[in-house]
Design a protein around this ligand. Sequence first.
Ligand SMILES: Cc1cc2nc3c(=O)[nH]c(=O)nc-3n(C[C@H](O)[C@H](O)[C@H](O)COP(=O)(O)O)c2cc1C
Length: 313
Amino acid sequence: MSLLHCKIGSVLLNNPVIMASGTFGFGQEYARLYDVSVLGGIAGKGLTLHPRSGNSGCRLQETAAGMLNSVGLENPGISHFLHHELEQMAALGPCVIANLGGANCEEYVEGARLIGEDSKGRTLTGKRGIEMIELNISCPNVKEGGIQFGVDTEMACPIVRAVRDVTHLPLMVKLSPNAQDIVRMAQMCEQEGADAVSLINTFSAMKIDIHRRRSAFDNLYAGLSGPAIKPIALRMVHQVAQAVHIPVIGMGGITSVEDIIEFIMAGAQAVQIGTHNFTHLRAGEALVQGLEQWLRRQGIDSLEEIRGIISCV
Ligand SMILES: Cc1cc2nc3c(=O)[nH]c(=O)nc-3n(C[C@H](O)[C@H](O)[C@H](O)COP(=O)(O)O)c2cc1C
């Protein structure tokens, strides 16, 4: 095992640095900029059963310490991904994580079934296929009038259970910081059979166009990410890591090796890098190299030496 090797359930990663969903496409564009095989994993753009064109109007806005997005899960749909993207994505080398969204329970279940079937049925010559599902429960529930599943544990529970029942792939549930109780949400995911939880998704936030006297976004609110949310994300990762026995994957505003170390000290098994990819196109490469150098300089032989060392007071 090298210094950086890292396990999420049964899945072995070369290192704990994963690119976050929605900020790295399916890896192809970044592969033109650097050797992305250095990464531990790539969580692909969020997929839904049917293609989605996403939200109208303004989709991205920079803020003082991060960004707001209202992309609205634009994606080509799972079938397109399986037939036209997966093989090239798997050939890049890092662990392929399929991020799955849905507007109702049936969509999540059918999507998970499709993704799982392919990983068993299709032979990718000498290459790996999808190794893990990241279940994004921060999607608006169409039947419940747009309330996010990920806010309410009672609403999220049947989805986690139903998806668990239809897939043998390792299942990581991605938690929303907008949850009424993120610790209870994580515990529910563990009870329902999740292999890991990842957190956090974006914070519900707002920007007003004062000249037009309306929200800057057609969808009214947007998701806040980037450095502004890091301290809160870190606190949430710490709380969740204390409360569950499954691996916790931390993210939210990571821009440096020191940030990664903080998340690992808070109890994270691995981390994801999102918004930072937009400002530093070769962020993944720099962070993987920097992490290894930092650990060597500190005389640390394994991430286990520092993982979760911040206990509760
Ligand atoms: C433009 C954009 C698109 C995103 N799309 C998705 C998505 O499709 N699925 C998902 O689970 N998270 C999505 N996210 C959330 C990120 O994966 C991540 O959880 C969040 O941005 C916090 O990490 P960061 O501060 O490092 O960006 C998106 C974030 C951004 C900025």
